[in-house]
Design a binder for this molecule. Sequence first.
Ligand code: FES
Ligand code: FE
Length: 445
Amino acid sequence: NSNGVLSKERLENIKEKLDQGLFPQWMVSDPEVFDLEKDKVFGYTWQYLGHESELKEPGDYVTRWLMDDPVLLVKNKKGEINVFLNSCSHRGTHLCAADLGNRKTFTCPFHGWSFNTDGELMGVIAGNKVFGEKMVRPEWNLRKIPRVETYKGLIFGNLDKNAMALDDYLGELKWYFDLFLARSDGGMEVVGSPQRWVVNTNWKIAAENFGGDPYHVATTHKSTVELGISPQDPLYASYGHQVQLNHGHAINVSSSDNGLNVPPYQGLPEEMWPMFEKNLTKEQLEVYKKTVVIVGNCFPNLAFHCPVHGNEGHLHNYLTLRIWRPIAPDKTEIWAWFLIDKAAPEEYKQASYKGYVASFGPSGTLEADDTEIWTRVTKASKGKMARDRDLNFNNVLNYMMGMDKIEPDRSWPGPGIAYPTCFTDFALRGMHDYWLDLLSADRDE
Ligand code: FES
Ligand code: FE
């Protein structure tokens, strides 16, 4: 499509419009855009695969997807986590179809080749007779995902062997990740296994929702206001900072500064506070002490939400990580993990898990509100009129909130460009700007 509607020149044009707060509606769920982003965005960025705490004993494994590639994560005898393409090296069969388990070997259901937890080809049915003594078995080991790196328990894979280091890619986001990943001794741990469901939405709508849209909260989740779970004040989700971070990452940190009656450190048990004070920096503590909700998106499709739920006296905090896995221009598979501090008291962990499933996950009240809206956005962006690739930019959506009205807060102690409200579109413009950069990047293969 180098000359067509997605040419470099045209994409640069779209970038200019984005600077003015305009984004073409036709790009939301366009199949050509989808194919291009699968290749140029998802083929070159770090993708979240799972958490180290999901694999405890040697032989423990989980199966995941890196876009359309099946992936097998398995702990070997030495306790290292190996990450393979979950496809047999003989004729490519999807090797392990289970979600999780513990095994010493993985045997292919097609012709019976078997591999150990280091991916080594161990058994070949009738091996020496049919392939001969000369078969070089190590040449037929399972194939490794080109790059695998971790950050404080989070395991990421990258299909681009030349990708920048994960540490650099996460960049400014690490400072904020640490507010929940590093606050406690032992970090966070996954409880249960991830819930998974499919929603008829384009993945970008979900990524936007977590990355930079606290503006939707008072309307989309109005029922929670009516039930008295959320404050009456229509601006309540705006109090705090939205921070635009490098590499398209986006975060909102809502704070108790503006009358939200939440105890320090997200209402976590007081016995844990000295740990936070030991593990976080002075600047991080300054922010974290007053934090109520942290919600954001690690570009392109790993969202995180670390809220406080419940009523006074029964407040609970948790972390949910979610993947928006694109499966079609109008279909996304959601994977949602629940995490809590390993060092939290046992009853607290259980109560917080209950709070999580009541609000988020496929049966959660807040989740149901959101997914209904995401499918509506996608549905209304699929018709002939909405898909008009109008060259004059008449068919655009509004990403103008905060433009010319809000200045960055220079006193903010964390990295990135912080705005003194969460009701702005700075973070989303940053996210789409990076997305457009990747779509138009020259790659020499
Ligand atoms: Fe796996 Fe043949 S495809 S053994
Ligand atoms: Fe929502």
